[in-house]
Design a protein around this ligand. Sequence first.
Ligand SMILES: Cc1cc2nc3c(=O)[nH]c(=O)nc-3n(C[C@H](O)[C@H](O)[C@H](O)COP(=O)(O)O)c2cc1C
Length: 168
Amino acid sequence: MNEVLKAIRDRRTVRKFSSNPVDEEKLQMILEAGRWAPSFSNLQPWRFIVVRDLGLKIALDKAARESVLHLGINEAPVVILVCVDRRIDPLHAIEAGAAATQNMTLAAHSLGLGAGWIGIWGTETEISIQKLLKLPETVRVVSLLPIGIPDESPEGRRKPLEQSTQFR
Ligand SMILES: Cc1cc2nc3c(=O)[nH]c(=O)nc-3n(C[C@H](O)[C@H](O)[C@H](O)COP(=O)(O)O)c2cc1C
């Protein structure tokens, strides 16, 4: 298995983090991985918001509890909000946000970090976060990504490939 396939196979959603900080260089590499995601018509609608402020992380955690399962938002040293500008193409912008999120989770894993994908768009939490951060109406919040050094090693579980695949 090559490195890319191994990272895809071994990456897990991490919800518990040590309090150690995330290296600035690694954070930059994770943001770069997001930037290099594919997007419809190469529109690159991303607006990444990096949150380190504890007060803001606590407020995000409170907002997220309204509609999604709890992840370690308070505990993670860094939280990236993956937002997109929806003006040109709203649906494809969401897809681009998801592609960037996946790139970032894989990049974090490849750098010895863990990340947890919290889906935000279309939930009550999205509205709360838009208000909290005073985002313009044109910006959608696709996902919230707590990142840090993992303090857990979750098992991966998947259905057999035959259940999801047809060959015609
Ligand atoms: C779009 C999306 C939204 C998700 N939202 C949440 C969430 O709100 N809370 C959570 O604990 N995990 C969330 N997850 C993580 C999934 O629960 C996780 O990917 C799945 O259980 C498989 O585990 P693994 O990523 O460790 O392989 C989300 C994942 C995706 C792709």
